[in-house]
Design a protein around this ligand. Structure first.
Ligand SMILES: [Zn+2]
Length: 57
């Protein structure tokens, strides 16, 4: 078994909705054509998607 311990180089990303810093490994992500958005949880993901849809006509 290959036990990779990534705790020593945890990459942090910012939640695109609430701007909280979260480990990349725990982030939900949404990839668009020219962006990648990260989220701390599905709640933020849902909010972000809805706000984005509201802005787009
Ligand atoms: Zn968030």
């Amino acid at each position: 078994m290959n036990d990779n311990d990534t705790s020593q180089d945890t990459e942090l990303v910012e939640c695109s909705q609430c701007l909280k810093e979260i480990p990349l490994s725990e982030a939900k992500s949404s990839e668009g054509a020219d962006y990648v958005a990260h989220f701390c949880g599905l709640e933020c993901y849902d909010k972000w998607i809805k706000e984005k849809q509201d802005k787009e006509d």
